[in-house]
Design a protein around this ligand. Structure first.
Ligand code: FUB
Ligand code: ZN
Length: 668
């Protein structure tokens, strides 16, 4: 049995002893946080009881599992569409492992073991694992190339499959302490490290994730080659001479793969948005573990570029469908917004790592924006219907074919559902982080957490009704009186900043300020890097109350976003709102929200699993007969953006004109 190098503190919080460099801040592992929350706990439960079983079922019924069975026998014909279909099994195992870690389930564990046995049999003796070739090496998948790795740069996804295997194996090992999947992953990683490197084969992986996966294996085993190979893959980018660097076409220039410029010189988020997000997250990992500041400078610049110029108001990225990619600066079209769910997930991975590097709440502001809006919009309230793309508007008059107006149970390319299956159970892991005697509270989710701060046991209980209410309570219960610095994130939106850049602003400045009380007494606080610091000796039953203003805010866009000019979007707390047809006389593209509209809010427990709606009266343009139009006053209801498309197909809008400038007449 191979030796496991380190003392484990489970999942993301695990620390590699003997490692000189690492993130200065470390995560409080999701397994330490026990949720009692009305918003997230039901979602995590739905993920456990519906999404994960449905994903496994689809992996079987679509032939993804059969591909492994055939690879083991070297018989048959690859029976699904894409060479990366193997990863749907890995990602679902990863999500199921996260779930097992907090919710033991012998049946699920046995089922995963049975799948792992199937995966193991498909692995070739030297560790290679890629069903699209192994089933029939003389006739591999068309994207795979005749020889191993030969088309890795473009399409084969051999290293992408490897990366998801490593991520799943790390999660499974940490959850179960079983080595069955880990050993398969390590054998594959050893092969990858023996094939690629400075004196070996050179390639920038065609779809990043192998880098993050290798880092996870490095953290578990301490094997330096894994980290070195992850770094090598990052440094390989921008070295290939086969692209046309002058081409505007991102495939021809290499920008599609973030391979046009060396990573340290990259300044703009370019190319395929999921690939990009996974790269930037991996760069953060490798920079943290190697102390390479040039890598940090690169992702700092790229982050600023995304947040200043390339993000939709509801936290989605990857505007352009052709190439599933980032657009040019300020290229954020509403009618064709692509916004792959996986890109939002990648953004969460990346922004969390940026927070761990820098300790600034602005990264958590972006994480929260994406998580509560453009990310969970990707999964229906039933847990088994999904969006691959996340639209910014649906109009009856015209819909681009690529834009999804209804959710699907699965996709031919089904990366997003299985990515959600692994992201959702790990959400409690983004709530708390520590550095020395500083405790960061980043997300507001009802829960109990048992911490160790400077070797003293401290329990924190969150009591809130977030994201619906801004009144937050934190009960601090150290075993014995303990001094530490509590850093409570004060979201940018509670400080009159719609986003940490000038891309979106609140139309009016609110005079309401967050109020903080300790044991019932209002305290003065200063905000540093987005956190209110409360430094004191904490005693049992100490209570902090934070009141975040929850007004309805009108959001306007930077003047470079031409399509959004003269329009507003609606935000309350961390949630972006949209109007959907069932609440607005069957139509939303005819609505005007004038400057003087005032909103009321109401929590509707029976609507969309319980949501706070925004209400007002608005003018709406209607057609009378076939020749006349008029404007009528009607009641207007907005729902949280994440909850749209759960009641059938129809119109949806995020940005609303405040005045009419012109009318486009469509013929019958
Ligand atoms: O290429 C693998 C995955 O399929 C990508 O991350 C998605 O964008 C989809 O193209
Ligand atoms: Zn996807």
């Amino acid at each position: 049995m191979k030796k496991i190098f380190l003392l484990l503190l489970a999942f993301s919080g695990y620390i590699l002893y003997g490692q000189q460099n690492d993130y200065p801040i470390h995560t409080v592992d999701f397994t330490q946080v026990k949720l009692t929350d009305n918003f997230w706990l039901p979602r995590i439960e739905t993920n456990r009881t519906v999404t994960i079983p449905a994903s496994f079922e689809r992996c079987e019924s679509t032939g993804r599992v059969k591909n492994f069975v055939m690879a083991a026998k070297k018989q048959g014909k690859f029976c699904t569409t894409f060479p990366f279909d193997d990863t749907d099994i890995y990602k679902t195992i990863e999500g199921a492992s996260f779930s097992l870690a907090v919710h033991p389930d012998a049946k699920l564990q046995a089922y995963i073991d049975s799948l792992i046995a199937i995966v193991g049999k498909a692995q070739e003796p030297d560790g290679y694992l890629y069903t699209a070739r192994t089933i029939n090496p003389s006739e591999p998948h068309a994207w795979a190339g005749k020889e191993r790795w030969e088309r890795e740069r473009e399409l084969s996804h051999e290293l992408y499959n490897a990366g998801h295997l490593y991520e799943a194996a790390a999660a499974h090992f940490l959850a179960t302490k079983k080595r069955n999947l880990l050993d398969i992953a390590l054998k594959n990683a050893d092969l990858v490290c023996s094939v690629f490197g400075p004196d070996k084969k050179h390639v920038a992986p065609g779809h990043e994730i192998v880098e993050m996966g290798l880092v996870k294996l490095y953290r578990i085993t301490g094997k330096k080659e894994y980290l070195a190979t992850a770094k090598f893959f990052i440094e390989e980018r921008g070295r290939y001479k086969g692209y046309d660097s002058t081409s505007k076409d991102s495939w021809k220039s290499g920008a599609y793969w973030q391979d046009n410029i060396p990573v340290v010189d990259q300044e703009e988020a370019e190319g395929h948005a999921v690939r990009a997000g996974y790269l930037y997250a991996a760069v953060a990992d490798v920079a943290a573990l190697t102390g390479d500041d040039s890598l940090i400078h690169a992702i700092d610049k790229i982050w600023t570029n995304v947040v200043e110029k390339k993000m939709y108001v509801q936290g989605s990225v990857g505007a352009i469908g052709d190439g599933e990619r980032y657009g040019n600066n300020y290229e954020l079209p509403n009618a064709t917004a692509y916004n792959e769910t996986c890109a939002a997930i990648a953004l969460v991975y990346w922004n969390y790592r940026m927070f761990l590097l820098h300790g600034d709440a602005k990264y958590m502001d972006i994480l929260e924006k994406s998580l509560y809006n453009g990310l969970i919009s990707g999964v229906g309230l039933d847990g088994k219907s999904f969006f691959y793309t996340n639209a910014m508007q649906i109009k009856n008059s015209f819909q681009f074919p690529q834009m999804e107006a209804t959710r699907s149970g699965w996709f031919e390319c089904s990366c997003c559902p299985t990515n959600l299956a692994r992201l959702i159970p790990s959400i409690p892991g983004y709530m708390y982080a520590q550095k020395d005697d500083n405790l960061y509270i980043n997300l507001f989710i009802n829960s109990n957490v048992d911490l160790n701060i400077r070797n003293k046991a401290v329990q924190i209980v969150q009591q809130n009704n977030y994201p619906w209410d801004g009144a937050l309570v934190f009960n601090i219960n150290p075993k014995t009186a303990t001094a530490f610095n509590l850093l409570v994130r004060i979201p940018g939106w509670a400080q009159n900043k719609a986003i940490p850049s000038s891309l979106y602003q609140f139309q009016n400045t609110s005079a309401e300020k967050p109020v903080i009380k300790v044991n019932g007494v209002v305290v003065d606080y200063t905000i540093t890097n987005g956190y209110a610091a409360i430094n004191r000796t904490w005693k049992k039953n100490d209570k902090i109350e934070v009141n975040l203003p929850m007004e309805v805010r009108r959001v306007t866009a930077n003047e470079n976003l031409k399509e959004d000019m003269g329009k507003i979007a609606l935000q309350r707390g961390p949630l972006m709102y949209c109007a959907e047809w069932p609440d607005n006389n069957g139509k939303t593209s005819n609505i005007i929200i004038p400057a003087n509209a005032t909103f009321t809010t109401e929590f509707k427990p029976n609507l969309l699993n319980g949501v706070t709606i925004l209400k007002t009266e608005v003018p709406a343009v209607i057609i009378n007969g076939s020749e006349n139009i008029s404007t009528v006053k009607q009641s207007f209801t907005a729902i949280p953006y994440y909850s749209w498309a759960n009641r059938g197909k129809g119109e949806m809008m995020v940005w609303f004109p405040t005045q009419i400038k012109d009318i486009d007449l469509l013929a019958k």
